[in-house]
Every structure is written in structure tokens, then in C-alpha cells.
Design a protein around this ligand. Structure first.
Ligand code: C2E
Ligand code: CA
Ligand code: CA
Length: 745
């Protein structure tokens, strides 16, 4: 849950930082764009400025000439004709088309020999008003070429008078005037014009598209209806004499413009210079910068993406490692049970066989050969199972824990499962020789899947089936349907009736006498519990002990037997009978209750009995993985009890436990006694007995049934004999009878 939250936070962090990053880049780009646009306006403004200077300079030069001639004419009123001829040289020098002089009546003589009436021309009228003037574009009236011209005019005063007597003018070819506005900025796509604030065009660059245009604002408005506002605003600005910039939409492109007052030759002539250039052309100028910025941007984005990508990859890898840790079995490298369960969930087919497997007494290997060897055995085992499982598509194998494995097979039927298991078993049995370890005895429980359900349930069923063969040495596997349902029900009944049975004293203590090997006399007995049901049916402990070990009732039962034996001993004591020790069994489960020592000691005290009269039998297997057992045994011994190591040699024997823990008696299991007759077995018995005795232990042989066995054990100087040869377990009365007979004998 925590992890998921963390992942979510990381993703959000990535997204937010990516967004911030792109926003920053976008912002930066935008800023650059505005700056560049600003830069373009500066360029335009420069252009306009240059035009203004050029035009002003030109006009100034022209008017200076005209003014000086006009002055001359003032001072030499008689010499007009002469002046006209000298004007001709000015025409050439100053690149005029012609010059001329008009009297007050408006009739003019020109340097190129024309006599024209200019009385209706504004430049004449303004000149007569004493103003300098430059005309708008006019059509040359002197020929049919309709050449476009501009006319500069200056007043000529009467000598010494303030009165204007005529107007001197110079005609300027518009072509030449336009040359002043010639600009090759922006690769020739920029242009300028001189105009009136109301939009009327006076002159424009030769390359401009304005040749047909009379009013620039009308023109702009016509191109696109959207330009209305900018046209109006600009017109307004110009009327106020302001300098400004802006943009308008041309034919399929944006145009940027800048305007500034040019000033006229007279104060009435407040002309403007307007420079225009397509935004695209301007963009071209900044294209290299933009290109560089874009390149940088791409590099930065690529770096950022690489960084994010590698972070994601690293995260993904980390997660994969974590997942593999969660789903992988550390020892074999195969799947673990968690992974198995996941795979089961995703399974398509709904049938098959679920097989639970483990090894009988695998702990022996760890104990006798070391954990490393144990691990080696498990890996080898996994390899065998894997080879027989993974070959079939859809089959699963996992290690549950320790020596427990689980498989899911797609086999067609039980027969196929059995034959495959036989092959596996054969290989596992061979493994012991290969690895030089004690014999591995694999057991399998098989559950035929009827409908797919939780893997835990399926596994539970298979394990139940496995219990049918666990501990048996004659069979390796069992199917779930072999489990006797009636037995399961019966077990439930036994469990349910335990407490009542205990109160009703249905549990009886029987006594199996122990005989001294040498004299053949009863030296004591082992107390063995029997359950006599109300209906008279007698149950042997084998039927219920393991059941009660599973549900925990055994603790109460062991205590009950112990108490019964103690009271019996007390009774015999009171009756003045010869007292012989009776051993009681303590289940490994009872041992887990740590206060058992106190409890048993308390019972003794309550009954007031010498602890040497009740001995305690603890099975060898209980000592295996209970680390606290040693201190428990010490506790019992301190309380005065004698401890018998029961069933020695039944499962496997760890001779080390003999040395480590302080037992009083070693009880040789029936399976060892049964070796008598076999040379190796006899040797084993020999050494165990010698070892036990050398450690100061008393040796009791269990399950002695034959004369032969007795003789061998006697030769071995084994101390005591317990077995059918002398006596089966007996009800109290019969045991007392035996004691009486012996007492009499
Ligand atoms: P155990 O402690 O090893 O007891 C010896 C078992 O071997 C007894 O079986 C006894 O009847 C049987 N036996 C003795 N001599 C021979 C023989 O010569 N041949 C054969 N075939 N069997 C012989 P029983 O009474 O059925 O008890 C079985 C097991 O139940 C006991 O094995 C013991 O582990 C457990 N048990 C019995 N009573 C108690 C008890 O009060 N508490 C606990 N925790 N376990 C008990
Ligand atoms: Ca016993
Ligand atoms: Ca025993």
C-alpha cells in the first residue's frame, strides 16, 4: 500500500517536473520570439529613420538651391532671363527634370522651353503665400508620357519688399524621388513611403506594391477587414504626430510597419515616413538565431527525455528486482509459492492435478550432513521436478518452503500422473547415492482439480492426501479421493467428545511391564493410555494421539495420565506394596507449554509422591528442533524426575543429542530391535548400546518379541526389556496380578 503511494508520488513528480520544464521552455521561446519581434521593429524603425534623414537631406539640398536662386532673382529683378539660362545648369547638377519661374499670374517659363499655366497648382498657390512647398505626386502636363513628378516651389520676393512677386519651382521626377526611398533591407521585400497623415501616398519605394495606391489606410482596410482597427489607430496617431509601430494582415502574410513624422518643407506639410516589411522577411533575419535556439531546445529536450527515460528504466529495473525477490525462491531460483498462486489465478484451464510433495525426515540430511548438503539436495530435487514438470506447457512448479514443493500438472488422468511420479521417484531415490546422503524418501499427495479455486485450498487438499502416506515406508503417494471421508467424520467426533470423555474417565491407563534382562524380573512399567468408549469399544492410542496432538488436547491427556499414575503409586505406597517406577509419555506438543515442569512438580507435591517413581518418556523426534528442550530436561531432572529418551532409532538418530542432553535411559525402538538377525543391524545395536552405556545411560529395549532377540540383548548386556515376549500392556488389575505373582514367586 505504502509502495503504491510512493510510486504514484514519483509519477506525479515526473509529470509535474516535465510540465514545468516544458512550460519554462515555452516561456523562454515565447520571450525570445517577442524579443526577436521587438528586434524587427527596431530594424523597421531604423529604416524609417534612415529614410527620414535621406529625404530631409535631399529636400534641404534642393530647397537650398531653390532658395539661393530665388534670392538671386530678388536682387537682380532684371536678369530673369539670364537666371533661367543659369538654372539649366542646376537642373543637370541636381537631377531636376526642369526648373521654372511663374509670375504672379501663374504663367511660367521653364528651363526646357515650355510656357505653362500653373495658377491652379497648389505649389504655386502656397508659393505665392510665401511658403516653401513640395507637391504631391503630379502628372507632368508638358508631354504625353504622363510622367509622374513632384514639384518643389519657393516664393520669389520683390527686392526689398515683403511682397511675393512670383514662384520659382523645380520639377523632380518621381522616379528619382522614389530612389531616395529605395531600400534593399530585408532582401528587398521591405519598402517605405512618404504619406500624409490621412493616408494619402506622396511617394514610395520603387519596389513597393503601392504604385496604384492613393490612400494607404484605404488600401490596408481593403486587403483584410480585420485591419480596420489598426488603420484607424495609425491614422489617429499620425494626426497627433506620434511615432509608432504595428502589424496588419496582407495577402496571406503578416506585415509589420513603423511610422514616424518626416516633417515637410512647410509647417502645413506634416508628412510621415512609413516603412513596411513582411513579417516573414523579418523572420528570415532572425532565422539563424531561431534555428540555433531550436537546435538547443531539441538538445535540451533530448537530454531531458533521456534523463526521464533512464529514471523510468532504473525504476522499472528496481521494481523487477523487487518482484523477482517477491516471486522467486531464493534457493532454487524457481518460483516460490506466492508466484505459484498468482500463476494459478491466471490459468485458463480449470482442471489438472495439484501435487504436494515433501521428503520424509528431510531434517536428517541437514542434521547429519550439514545445511549446505541439505540445500544441495533440495536444488537437485528441484531440478528433477522441474525437468518433469516444465516440459509441458502450462504446468507449474514451486517450492513452498523447506523440503515442500508443489506442482500443477495437466495430465490426462491418474494413470499418467502415476507413471510420471514413478519416474520422478526413481530419480530421487538415485539422488541419495549421487550426493552421498541418507536415503531420501519422497511423498506425494495428489488432488485432482475439479474446478479451479484458490491455490491454497487445492494445496491443502493435496497435503491432506500426502498425510495418508507420510510416515509410511511402503507407499510414496496417495490421491485425495483415497481419504476416507468416514474417517474424517469419525475423527471430528473423537475430537468433539474428548472433554466429556476425560470427565467420564473413559481414558484408562494400562501398564506394560519392563523386565530386567539378566534376572527377567519386573523392574517397572510404562503407562500407556487406552480409550474405552461408553459403548465398550476400546481405542488404541494410535487412533487418537496424533489427532489430539493436532488440536492440543494431548496436553490435558498427558497430564491426566501422569496424575493417574502418581495417584496409583501413592495408593500402592499406602497399601505398603513394593514400589517400582512407572514411566509416562509426554508428547512433544505438551513440551511446548513451558510451564509443564512447574505443573508436574505441583502435582507431585499435591499427591506427595517421590519423583523417582514416575519417569518421563520423551520421544527422540521431540528433541530435534526444540532448542529449549535441553533446559526443559534439566528442569525436570532438577525436580527429581528421570528422563527416558523414547523411540531411539525410529526415525533417525542423532547421536549428538545423547551427548548434549542429560537423559537417564535410552529406549531402543522396536525398529532397531527388529534388526536382530541382520549382521549390520546387530553391529549398529552393539555400538549404540556401548555408546549409551559409556555415557552412563541405562538401555531399555522395546518391542522385544522373540527368544532370539532376548538372547542377543542379554549378550549385549542391555539393561531392560519391554515387549510382547514378556508381556503386552495390561489393565491395572492384571498388572497388579503380575506383580503379586512375581512377589510370591
Ligand atoms: P510408545 O511410547 O513407543 O509405546 C510403546 C508402544 O509399543 C505401545 O503401543 C506398546 O503396546 C507397543 N509395544 C510394546 N511392546 C511391543 C511388542 O513387542 N511388539 C509390538 N508390536 N508392539 C509393542 P501403544 O500402547 O499402542 O502406544 C502407541 C504409542 O502411543 C506409544 O508409543 C506412545 O507414543 C503413544 N502413547 C501411548 N500412551 C500415551 C500417553 O499417555 N501420552 C502420550 N503422549 N502418548 C502416548
Ligand atoms: Ca513410550
Ligand atoms: Ca517407544
Amino acid at each position: 500500500m505504502k509502495k503504491r503511494k510512493l510510486n504514484k508520488a514519483i509519477i506525479i513528480l515526473y509529470v509535474v517536473s516535465a510540465l514545468c520544464f516544458f512550460a519554462a521552455i515555452f516561456r523562454c521561446f515565447e520571450k525570445i520570439e517577442t524579443n526577436l519581434k521587438q528586434e524587427m521593429y527596431y530594424t523597421l524603425s531604423d529604416m524609417a529613420e534612415q529614410d527620414v534623414l535621406a529625404v530631409k537631406k535631399e529636400m534641404k539640398a534642393k530647397y537650398r538651391v531653390l532658395s539661393s536662386i530665388a534670392m538671386e532673382m530678388e536682387n537682380h529683378p532684371e536678369g530673369e532671363a539670364g537666371i533661367l539660362s543659369s538654372m539649366r545648369s542646376f537642373v543637370e547638377i541636381y537631377n531636376f527634370k526642369r526648373m521654372g519661374y511663374a509670375e504672379a499670374d501663374g504663367l511660367a517659363d521653364t528651363t526646357d522651353g515650355f510656357q505653362i499655366d500653373i495658377s491652379d497648382r497648389r505649389y504655386f498657390k502656397e508659393g505665392m503665400q510665401g511658403k516653401l512647398w513640395l507637391s504631391d505626386t503630379l502628372v507632368d502636363p508638358t508631354n504625353d508620357e504622363h510622367e509622374l513628378i513632384h514639384v518643389f516651389s519657393v516664393p520669389v520676393y520683390e527686392a526689398g519688399h515683403a511682397k511675393v512677386k512670383g514662384v520659382l519651382f523645380a520639377t523632380y521626377r518621381m522616379e528619382d524621388f522614389q530612389e531616395l526611398l529605395h531600400t534593399d533591407t530585408f532582401a528587398g521585400s521591405g519598402f517605405s513611403c512618404i504619406m500624409w497623415p490621412d493616408g494619402k501616398v506622396i511617394a514610395h519605394s520603387p519596389n513597393s506594391p503601392l504604385s496604384e495606391v492613393e490612400n494607404i489606410f484605404d488600401y490596408i482596410r481593403e486587403i483584410s477587414p480585420g485591419n480596420g482597427e489598426v488603420a484607424a489607430q495609425s491614422e489617429e496617431n499620425m494626426k497627433q504626430g506620434l511615432t509608432s509601430s504595428g502589424s496588419y494582415e496582407g495577402n496571406s502574410m503578416s506585415l509589420l510597419f513603423h511610422y514616424r513624422p518626416l516633417g515637410g518643407v512647410s509647417s502645413d506639410q506634416q508628412w510621415y515616413i512609413l516603412t513596411i516589411a513582411p513579417q516573414a522577411a523579418l523572420s528570415e533575419r532572425v532565422a539563424p538565431i531561431k534555428r540555433d535556439v531550436k537546435r538547443m531546445l531539441v538538445i535540451v529536450i533530448v537530454i531531458f527525455l533521456i534523463a526521464v527515460l533512464s529514471a523510468i528504466v532504473a525504476n522499472y529495473r528496481k521494481r523487477r528486482i523487487l518482484t523477482s525477490l517477491a516471486y522467486q525462491d531464493g534457493l532454487t531460483g524457481g518460483d516460490n509459492f506466492l508466484c505459484f498462486k498468482e500463476k494459478c489465478k491466471n490459468r485458463k484451464s480449470a482442471d489438472g492435478f495439484l501435487i504436494a510433495m515433501d521428503l520424509s525426515e528431510f531434517k536428517v540430511i541437514n542434521d547429519t550432513c550439514g545445511v549446505e548438503k541439505g540445500d544441495e539436495a533440495l536444488v537437485a530435487l528441484w531440478k528433477i521436478l522441474s525437468a518433469h514438470t516444465m516440459a509441458v506447457e502450462g504446468e507449474l512448479l514451486a517450492r513452498v518452503n523447506a523440503d515442500r514443493f508443489v506442482m500443477l500438472w495437466e495430465a490426462a488422468g491418474k494413470v499418467e500422473v502415476e507413471s510420471r511420479l514413478q519416474e520422478i521417484i526413481a530419480e530421487i531415490l538415485k539422488l541419495s547415492e549421487q550426493l552421498k546422503i541418507p536415503k531420501l524418501f519422497p511423498v506425494f499427495g495428489i488432488y485432482q482439480i475439479e474446478k479451479m479455486e484458490e491455490a491454497d485450498n487445492l494445496y491443502g487438499n493435496a497435503v491432506q492426501a500426502k498425510h495418508l502416506v507420510k510416515g509410511r515406508r511402503d507407499r510414496h503417494y496417495a490421491f485425495y479421493d483415497e481419504i476416507d471421508r468416514a474417517m474424517v467424520l469419525e475423527n471430528r467426533k473423537l475430537e468433539d467428545s474428548f472433554e466429556q470423555a476425560l470427565r467420564d474417565r473413559e481414558f484408562q491407563v494400562w501398564y506394560q511391564p519392563k523386565y530386567s534382562t539378566m534376572e527377567g524380573k519386573i523392574i517397572g512399567a510404562e503407562a500407556l493410555v487406552r480409550w474405552r468408549k461408553a459403548d465398550g469399544k476400546m481405542l488404541a492410542p494410535g487412533r487418537f494421539i496424533s489427532l489430539f496432538e493436532k488440536n492440543g488436547n494431548i496436553t490435558a491427556l498427558d497430564e491426566y495420565v501422569f496424575r493417574t499414575v502418581c495417584m496409583q503409586q501413592k495408593k500402592w505406597e499406602k497399601e505398603g506394596k513394593e514400589l517400582r517406577p512407572v514411566s509416562v509419555n509426554i508428547s512433544r506438543v505438551s513440551l511446548y507449554f513451558s510451564n509443564i515442569v512447574d505443573k508436574y512438580r505441583e502435582i507431585l507435591r499435591e499427591i506427595d509422591l517421590n519423583p523417582s517413581l514416575v519417569e518421563l518418556e520423551i520421544t527422540e523426534s521431540a528433541t530435534i528442533d526444540n532448542a529449549e528442550i535441553a533446559s526443559l530436561i534439566t528442569g525436570f531432572r532438577d525436580a527429581g524426575f528421570k528422563i527416558l529418551l523414547d523411540d531411539f532409532g525410529s526415525g533417525y538418530s542423532s547421536l549428538a543429542t545423547l551427548n548434549m542432553m542429560h537423559f537417564d535411559t535410552l529406549k531402543l525402538d522396536k525398529s532397531l530391535v527388529d534388526y536382530i538377525g541382520d549382521e549390520n543391524g546387530e553391529k549398529l545395536l552393539h555400538y549404540i548400546t556401548r555408546l549409551g552405556q559409556s555415557l552412563g545411560l541405562r538401555i531399555t529395549a522395546e518391542g522385544v518379541e522373540t527368544e532370539n532377540q532376548l538372547t542377543f540383548l542379554r549378550d549385549l548386556q542391555c539393561d531392560d526389556i519391554q515387549g510382547y515376549y514378556f508381556s503386552k500392556p495390561l489393565p491395572l488389575e492384571e498388572y497388579e496380578e503380575r506383580l503379586n505373582i512375581e512377589g510370591k514367586g
